[in-house]
Ligand binder design. Structure first.
Ligand code: ADP
Length: 194
């Protein structure tokens, strides 16, 4: 059966498992996966202007300013004019980003079909990120103070987006603790029911 176009916002705090799960979901549903964090890191590695601008914020665990992030996201979407749909991972993270995403998708006669949030307790997040920091080479995973700052900013600026999508009946919470496979299955149950 051919699956219809779906645009999914994969949501949750740092360390919730968005990137891991997006890798499985993009294959299964033939979606384009855009991770804003990955795009920023690619630009930092290649020392582009964008990377140089983003690095100072990321190293401190702060959000990169909306103007930079929104333009970058729009450019990534434009690279895939024939996409069947997208998994947005790490975007939107602020109200203004959510509004910008709505406008962008509307201009393409489509919409966000669901925000699916991976729910994981804070102490597990810190544990996972410190563990990832041993091998990821990510400076923002290596330092517990930076990790805690990212989680704090998530609650200050990003968590409010649940209400934004809830008011449009597009919000779905999924337990993000368990085996990778069991969590993938929970996510697929939500996507298949859309
Ligand atoms: P995590 O979810 O584990 O924090 P990401 O790779 O998604 O990791 O993001 C790493 C960093 O990149 C963030 O702490 C932030 O500095 C920056 N970043 C990523 N996405 C956004 C965004 N949508 N808006 C602002 N900054 C972002």
């Amino acid at each position: 059966m051919k699956r219809p176009c779906k645009n999914i916002v994969l949501f949750g705090p740092p360390g919730a498992g968005k990137g891991t799960q997006a890798t499985f979901l993009k294959e299964k549903y033939e979606l384009i996966h855009i991770s804003t964090g990955d795009v920023f890191r690619f630009n930092i590695k290649n020392q582009t202007d964008l990377g140089n601008q983003a690095k100072a914020y990321m190293d401190k665990g702060l959000l990169v300013p909306d103007s930079i992030t929104i333009n970058m996201l729009a450019a990534e979407v434009e690279k895939h004019p024939h996409a069947k749909g997208f998994i947005f991972d790490g975007f939107p993270r602020t109200q203004d980003q959510a509004k910008a995403l709505d406008a962008l998708l509307q201009s393409k006669k489509t919409t966000v079909h669901a925000m699916i949030a991976l729910e994981v307790a804070d102490d597990i997040l810190v544990e996972r990120l410190l563990e990832r920091g041993k091998t990821s080479g990510r400076p923002d995973d290596a330092n517990e103070a930076v990790i805690r700052n990212r989680i704090k900013i998530y609650y200050q600026e990003t968590d409010v987006l649940k209400a934004y999508y809830q008011s449009q009946n597009k919000y779905f919470g999924v337990d993000g603790v368990g085996t990778i496979l069991s969590i993938t299955e929970r996510l697929c149950d939500v996507i298949d029911a859309l």
